[in-house]
Ligand binder design. Structure first.
Ligand code: PLP
Length: 447
């Protein structure tokens, strides 16, 4: 079996081997179908049978900002691997790519984010941010600040701490005791506000709830709150404009740090380099991953202020935290090439144009009775489905993803009752129109 080169496998053989030996992440065992993706170019990917799919979900996972198959990134990786593939970044060592990338991330970041710690992805970045927050308070003589506040329906990763902070119900089942000292509060979901706080202003309600949560735990026991500026996995939830400024103000009053999880929103996904700045978060810590390399190499980063960095990793402190591949030279070289393209091709600004195209194209959905709300944030859109517009009873969207793929060769993704698109930032207007028409067709033919 192992003697044949990978490329001569048929689609059927690959699917059969896949079923036998590969454990898929985030996979429901009842789903027997397997799709092997073998190639990508621009906004298209091809499966092992040669079927072309229009990728409107950033390689299925909110990445692919610069599109698939970009020579520039492949060349950067090859160049770096033949110069220096990797050397440790522990202790006194670093490599030129990680040093210059750190400077570049700081230059692009909002004021007050001055230092960078590299990881391999989003979950590790969240873990790191949590540890940094606790260490910060510990070194400042407040070791009781060990609690974290996150939000229902948040997605922050799947390791123990990041997974505990994640607010998807199923992720907590069957794994025994979780990371201690995590409290979750309600989701800023304007469309669902009538269920949460009938007749009340949503932000007022959420601030009251957060205040009560802080008081219950004890303000001196809370290390940090974590939040996505716009919630991705929850179905593109855009908070009211006064939400983050008021949360920020409340946390500051109690000496609680704010961690912005920009793993999805960063690097143009929602129309800004760092979305948290535009939403008034003024975060103390920002975590990024995905769009940093457009998915061409695994890489994440944690940005903190000088004050935090000096406290946890200053002259007299030993930072006992780091990953073998922190600051991986090849991943950092790929990130440089990715940022070059984002800058040269104006893709962060283009993300906002894509948002306008999405809004215009999806006007097609306005009269469909199962469409509850269409939410656009830059080059992302969530289409929330309901069984009934009056009651807003959720209508699960898995059948939509399947029909889009099978009937229209469009690859999107569903999260519960919300159909999500987050296309590469190089997508064209005709491609957006094609995806929108496909979606309208599928929703009209609801089984
Ligand atoms: N944070 C957010 C907002 C995410 O959407 C994700 C993944 O989708 C993560 C963190 C976890 O990142 P990773 O899957 O790279 O560990």
């Amino acid at each position: 079996v192992n003697e044949m080169p990978r490329t001569v496998r048929t689609a059927e053989e690959l699917a059969e081997i896949d079923r036998r030996v590969l454990v898929h992440p985030h996979h429901h065992g009842s789903r027997q179908e397997r799709i092997t993706i073998v190639r990508g170019d621009g906004c298209s990917v091809w499966d092992a049978k040669g079927v072309e799919l229009l990728d409107v979900m950033g390689a299925g996972n909110w990445v692919a900002q610069v599109g698939h198959g970009r020579r520039e990134l492949a060349d950067a990786a090859a160049r770096q691997m033949s110069t220096l593939e990797y050397y440790t970044s522990f202790d006194i060592f670093a490599n030129d790519q990680s040093i210059t990338l750190a400077q570049r991330l700081v230059d692009l970041a909002p004021d007050g984010l001055d230092r960078v710690f590299f990881t391999n992805g989003g979950s590790e970045s969240v873990e790191t941010a949590f540890k940094f927050a606790r260490l910060y308070h510990h070194h400042r003589g407040e070791p009781d600040r060990t609690w974290f506040i996150s939000r229902n329906l948040a997605y922050h990763g799947c390791t123990f701490a990041s997974g505990t902070a994640t607010g998807f119900p199923g992720i907590h089942e069957g794994i025994g005791p979780e990371f201690p000292n995590v409290a979750r509060v309600s989701t800023p979901h304007p469309y669902r506000a009538p269920d949460l706080c009938p007749g009340r202003d949503l932000t007022d309600f959420l601030i009251e709830e957060l205040t009560a949560t802080i008081e219950r735990i004890g303000p001196g026991n809370v290390a940090a709150m974590i939040g996505e500026p716009v919630m991705g996995g929850a179905g593109i939830l855009i908070p009211p404009a006064d939400y983050w400024p008021r949360v920020r103000e409340l946390l500051s009053r109690h000496g609680i740090l704010l961690i912005a999880d920009e793993v999805v929103t960063g690097f143009g996904r929602t129309g800004a380099w760092y979305d948290s700045a535009d939403r008034g978060m003024r975060a103390d810590v920002v975590v990024v991953a995905k769009g940093l390399t457009s998915g061409y190499a695994p890489l994440g980063a944690v940005l903190v202020s000088d004050a935090i960095a000096e406290t946890i990793a200053g002259r007299d402190t030993y930072l006992f935290h780091g990953h073998t591949y922190s600051g991986h030279a090849t991943a950092c070289a790929v990130a440089h090439a990715n940022l070059d393209l984002l800058e040269q091709e104006g893709l962060v600004e283009r993300s906002r144009t894509i948002g306008t195209w999405l809004s215009e194209a999806l006007a097609l959905l306005a009269d469909l009775p199962i469409v509850g709300e269409v939410r656009v944030a830059g080059a992302t859109v969530g289409v929330e489905l309901v069984a009934d517009r009056e009651t807003r009873e959720p209508l699960m969207a898995d059948w939509v993803t399947v029909a889009l793929r099978n009937d229209h060769r469009v690859a999107a993704r569903e999260y519960g009752n919300t159909l999500v698109m987050a296309p590469p930032l190089v997508i064209s207007r005709p491609e957006i129109d094609r995806a929108a028409q496909a979606l309208a067709d599928v929703l009209r033919r609801r089984p």
